[in-house]
Design a protein around this ligand. Structure first.
Ligand SMILES: C[S@@+](CC[C@H](N)C(=O)[O-])C[C@H]1O[C@@H](n2cnc3c(N)ncnc32)[C@H](O)[C@@H]1O
Length: 231
């Protein structure tokens, strides 16, 4: 089984574990891959919609790993008990939805050793939720696939929650991650283009001011790269 670049980056963050629960699993490609690679012993494949859950069952049956999987129909973490999963993954959903699902069952989220989250949007909202609820971010990744950037967070309630910029945190800059630098430059330019397009509109002053502030934060993170290069 081959995963795309995004799910492969998620798979690389999974350390060997007994049980992984994949929320919003659809085809169950991620848990199936991890079972076939012997990185996990069991998988709980979860989805709120019957069609995607059946897709997941088909994938696992075809791959001959059906007996190592539970299939659960329901929303978010409501289908899990505390301590049932060592690792919980949530990928390819909006960050706001993920934040809501985690906050509805924060006890279940906190009972897992690791959360691996790949939001499609509202990255800062999710990071803020993790910080406010004492989940520390242990690691993160950014990858680019077919012109889109994807960000992945590895978090744990056992790790210290450290305050950082929720949208543009510094870990990847400290590591001199080249894709993150490219992403920051992309966002800087995007914001500058928006500012120049709306600069003459009198009702856009707040938006312009907020974009300018965001760009100052981006420049602050980019400065890490310059400083590292100089050292
Ligand atoms: C875009 S797919 C992502 C599939 C896979 N995780 C991936 O990253 O490729 C999103 C999946 O989340 C499911 N989903 C949406 N809301 C959900 C919820 N509240 N609880 C569980 N699953 C949900 C959808 O049915 C769908 O199968």
């Amino acid at each position: 089984m081959k995963l795309d670049k995004r799910l492969m980056a998620v798979a690389e963050l999974v350390s060997d574990c007994a049980t992984l629960a994949d929320i919003g699993s659809d085809h169950a490609y991620l848990p199936a891959y991890l079972l076939l690679e012997n990185k996990i012993k069991r998988a709980i494949v979860c989805d709120v919609n019957r069609g995607p859950l059946e897709n997941g069952e088909n994938t696992c049956r075809t791959a001959g790993i059906h007996d190592k999987c539970d299939f659960r129909l329901g929303s978010g973490l409501s289908v899990l008990e505390e301590n049932e999963a060592d690792v919980i993954t949530m990928c390819g959903m909006g960050g706001e939805l993920m934040t809501n699902l985690l906050s509805e069952k924060v006890n279940v989220a906190g009972s897992a050793k690791f959360l691996i989250l790949q939001p499609q949007s509202a990255y800062d909202m999710l990071r803020e939720f993790l910080y406010d609820n004492n989940f520390g971010v242990i690691d993160e990744r950014i990858i680019k696939d077919r012109h889109l950037y994807y960000r992945i967070i590895l978090a744990s309630s056992d790790a210290d929650a450290v305050k950082d910029d929720f949208l543009y945190p510094s870990l990847l800059a400290e590591r001199k991650d080249e894709t993150y630098r490219e992403f920051l430059m992309f966002r800087l330019k995007l914001n500058e283009d928006i500012i120049s397009k709306i600069s003459s509109a009198s009702d856009k002053t707040e938006e312009i001011s907020s974009l300018r502030k965001e760009n100052e934060r981006i420049k602050g993170v980019l400065k890490y790269y310059e400083d590292k290069r100089d050292n």
